[in-house]
Ligand binder design. Structure first.
Ligand SMILES: C[S@@+](CC[C@H](N)C(=O)[O-])C[C@H]1O[C@@H](n2cnc3c(N)ncnc32)[C@H](O)[C@@H]1O
Length: 306
């Protein structure tokens, strides 16, 4: 008896989806594996590190609705990248300035941050200046280690008012974050750099906007920083403070020092680290003893660090 002829499966949505999944699955798997290997390739990281960093900084800035516009310290909005806040924390702890002078407060979130750090570290007070005090968090007025001034920071009169609040023996650090036009920032740097004492930092913020909005901000803070550094030997850009890669303050952490050896470059030798992730999986390297011992050594030193 003849068996009934098998009916061909109709080309319905279900069948199309199944066939596509099969067809795409394998190349997609290979592609993902390729990306995994390629992106963690030390040569790629070494060649394109600067570009990756620049693009990630841009991305972080452009997605500001998720990132920059919603960054809080103790519930107060601060207009800074978290990595820069951490860098400030490290600097203030290390240098323990008597006075932190901050220009540009807006809501005062950063002023609040500096003041709370000073309290936590048991030393320091903040003098903060803005051309308008309309947007400040009211809690700022309750802090006993904050002095708030209204005035323009490109005006020598404002500098004189700040100077009058500082004792000659006090150590001073300055953070500039007011208007971002190059001429204003340059004037501000020229005025407020005078307050910085030896061994302390002058932080000129927002150099990154030359990358994020090059047409508008080509002549922004970065331009002013370059101009200032050409005119002085007192300050050195401390790139170690940019070592977290994500930063608003490109070339903006300027250390006042006569001792150039004090400034150390960040060490990016770790770029080679991915080698240990993927080399062992290549058959040619599979039973190389040196690689195994390298892995063991790395694991041991990591455990010791913990
Ligand atoms: C970017 S916001 C400061 C943000 C704040 N430092 C933070 O991190 O949260 C810039 C502030 O600079 C102030 N500003 C603009 N021009 C100024 C000037 N000539 N003198 C002083 N402050 C100025 C603005 O009023 C604004 O509040």
């Amino acid at each position: 008896m003849n068996s009934p002829a098998k009916q061909p499966e109709p080309w319905n949505a279900k069948r199309i989806r199944r066939v596509l999944k099969k067809a795409i699955g394998v190349p997609r798997y290979l592609y993902v594996q390729f990306l995994n290997i390629f992106n963690s390739n030390p040569v790629y990281l070494w060649l394109f590190r600067n570009r990756i960093v620049k693009n990630f900084n841009k991305l972080y800035y452009y997605l500001r609705k998720n990132t920059f516009d919603h960054t809080y310290f103790m519930g107060k909005h601060v207009l800074k990248f978290p990595t820069d806040l951490w860098t400030y924390q490290e600097i203030i702890f290390e240098k323990k300035p008597d006075v932190i002078v901050e220009t540009g407060m807006f809501l005062g979130g950063s002023t609040y941050f500096f003041a709370q750090l000073c309290k936590m570290f048991g030393k320091g007070r903040v003098i903060a200046i803005d051309i308008t005090l309309d947007h400040l968090y009211p809690e700022l007025y309750e802090l006993d280690n904050v002095t708030i001034l209204r005035g323009s920071t490109s005006d020598p009169e404002t500098l004189a008012r700040v100077r009058a609040l500082i004792q000659p023996h006090e150590t001073v650090m300055v953070a500039l974050d007011s208007a971002h036009e190059s001429d204003h920032v340059f004037k501000e740097i020229q005025l407020f750099s005078q307050l910085v004492t030896e061994g302390q930092y002058l932080v000129v913020e927002d150099g990154i906007i030359a990358d994020t909005y090059p047409i508008v901000w080509n002549k922004g803070p970065y331009h002013a920083i370059k101009k200032f550094l050409k005119s002085t030997t007192e300050f050195i850009p401390d790139y170690y403070r940019n070592r977290f890669l994500l930063t608003h303050n490109k070339r903006g952490y300027l250390l006042k020092t006569q001792n150039k050896a004090e400034v150390i470059m960040p060490n990016y030798n770790d770029t080679l680290r991915p080698l240990r992730l993927w080399l062992p999986y290549l058959p040619a390297f599979n039973d190389m003893r040196w690689l195994k011992s390298l892995n063991q050594n790395l694991e041991r030193s990591e455990k010791e660090k913990l």
